[in-house]
Design a protein around this ligand. Structure first.
Ligand code: PNW
Length: 494
């Protein structure tokens, strides 16, 4: 090796070494993996399950799904949950995050009829997890609204807030003795903005600028109802915690001009403040109230498209989070948008930011997902500064590939860099008590069908067995968990 090459090697390896945080995760830190009912269970019409909005949308002809596929069978976890738990056991996880299918428990969406076979399925899963020393972390709702409720307007109709509370009551009564961690909703922004605004999620209702605000208003009320119900009737006996999971992105200002910095902060408030602020401080962010009211007036509406909470509602919402779940995948650069787009009635035009991703950031097979590990540290610090020292659980993090190989080095790198960035945030003083990888296995990726693979395990969707095979990333995560070290071995610092 000549002198010059040696120099390059040393510089390169020291910069790599300093960029990876090699301090150990705390002893009680929770490591787990995540899934969601519609994406893995299958058995869409078995044992008394009712129809939900994803059943409805994926059965449409022509199909809105990229590969015309459905979640009718998916990973067949309804029949193969014991295999799933064996995989979790192999990984050595402390917890498993899964979601309940509302329509499997209450086939009509209402509590007039409780499906005992649906209850039995989740009881068996929880029992199997406990028998293997794995803490169940239960998402009560991960996007799959019962179709009979959607027929009445779904999340845009306030009726659903009481129906959600009825459902949560059945859930706490039946499973609460064995569950300590609850999440009321997964990524309500996807349900509301995707489901009623920009047509990216079921029920694919085209009501931009109005539907997503009504939806969010009701989701927040439903969350608070479930939290208060738990607090009053179940907390003392069941001793669990109730949180919510938000989807997060970091929005990095494109330049340090005050316009771009303001655009970044406004974007954060529209994405995260929309949910986190009402549940911590009681009401929507001031900037959202102001911008949407002004634009609504200019557009000829006699009142703001953003609904208002009453004083009583503000008190009722405030402080209804025992912990905060965050899903982090990627980051965007943001610029101020000079165009006010007054004729455009939509959430995106209200937020009015220009977001883009840098070409140099590594791609995945998901168009919006480029690999930007440092964004995780930044969003965690922003959440702490903005909403106070709330305990945080990372409920999802992961990357997609084309699924062609189980030697998934890009996923190993992704996890190593994100766990390192997470540890940086913890060293900064952010109170994070656990990390959950998305996903335990390849599964049904919503309107992308089976074209995107996020799993630590490969699933062979062409075999009736839905054979599961561990990828390189599964072995890596197993070692991380065993040694509490991002290097996946015993060399991390104490
Ligand atoms: C999450 N974004 O959705 C969901 O919770 C999962 O069900 C899903 O499979 C997973 O991510 C992978 O897509 C997201 O645009 C969708 O930043 C979009 C975004 C983030 C999360």
């Amino acid at each position: 090796m000549n002198k010059e090459m040696w120099f390059i090697c040393v510089v390169f390896s020291t910069s790599l070494a300093t960029s990876i945080n090699v301090s150990k995760f705390p002893k009680d830190f929770m490591f787990g993996t995540s899934t969601a009912s519609y994406q893995i269970e299958g058995a869409w019409n078995e044992d008394g399950k009712g129809e939900n909005i994803w059943d409805k949308v994926t059965h449409r002809v022509p199909s809105p799904v990229i590969d015309n596929s459905t979640g009718d069978i998916a990973c067949d976890s309804y029949h193969k949950y014991k295999e799933d738990v064996a995989m979790l056991k192999y990984l050595g996880v402390t917890h498993y995050r899964f979601s309940l299918s509302w329509s499997r428990i209450l086939p009509t969406g209402f509590n007039n009829k409780i499906n005992s076979l649906g209850i039995a399925y989740y009881k068996n899963l929880i029992k199997e997890l406990r028998a293997n020393n794995i803490e169940p972390l239960v998402t009560i709702f991960h996007w799959d609204t019962p179709q009979p409720l959607e027929n009445l307007g779904g999340w845009t109709n306030e009726l659903i807030t009481d129906r959600y509370a009825d459902y949560a009551k059945v859930v706490f009564e039946n499973f609460g003795d064995h569950v300590k961690y609850w999440l009321t909703f997964n990524e309500p922004k996807q349900t509301c903005n995707g489901g009623y605004g920009n047509m990216q999620r079921a029920p694919l209702v085209d009501s931009p600028g109005i539907g997503e605000y009504l939806c969010t208003h009701n989701v927040l009320k439903a969350h608070a109802k479930a939290w208060h119900l738990y607090d009053k009737q179940f907390r003392t006996t069941q001793k669990g915690k109730v949180g919510i999971t938000m989807d997060t992105v970091w929005l990095e200002p494109d330049t340090n001009s005050s316009k771009d910095v303001d655009a970044s902060e406004r974007g954060q408030q529209f994405v995260h403040g929309w949910y986190a602020r009402p549940l911590t401080l009681g009401d929507y962010p001031e900037i959202m109230k102001k911008v949407i009211a002004e634009r609504s007036t200019l557009q000829g509406f006699s009142q703001s498209r953003l609904p208002q909470f009453t004083k009583d509602e503000i008190t009722y919402l405030k402080g209804t989070l025992d912990y905060l779940g965050l899903n982090y995948y990627t980051t965007f650069m943001v610029r101020d948008s000079n165009d006010e787009k007054i004729d455009d009635i939509s959430y995106e035009a209200d937020a009015n930011i220009n977001a883009y991703q840098k070409e140099e950031w590594p791609k995945s097979t998901t168009p919006w997902l480029r690999v930007v590990p440092w964004g995780l540290r930044k969003i965690l610090n922003w959440i702490k500064i903005t909403y106070g020292d709330i305990p945080i659980l990372i409920t999802e993090n992961g990357v997609s590939d084309d699924g062609s190989s189980t030697e998934d080095d890009t996923r190993v790198d992704y996890y190593q860099q994100h766990l390192s960035s997470l540890k940086d945030a913890m060293d900064d003083g952010v109170n994070v008590f656990g990390f959950t990888a998305w996903s335990l296995m390849d599964n049904y990726e919503w309107l992308q069908g089976y074209s995107e693979h996020f799993g630590l395990y490969r699933v062979d969707f062409s075999s009736s067995n839905r054979t599961r095979t561990p990828k390189k990333s599964a072995k890596y995560l197993k070692n991380v968990i065993q040694y509490r070290c991002v290097l996946g071995n015993s060399t991390c610092d104490k």
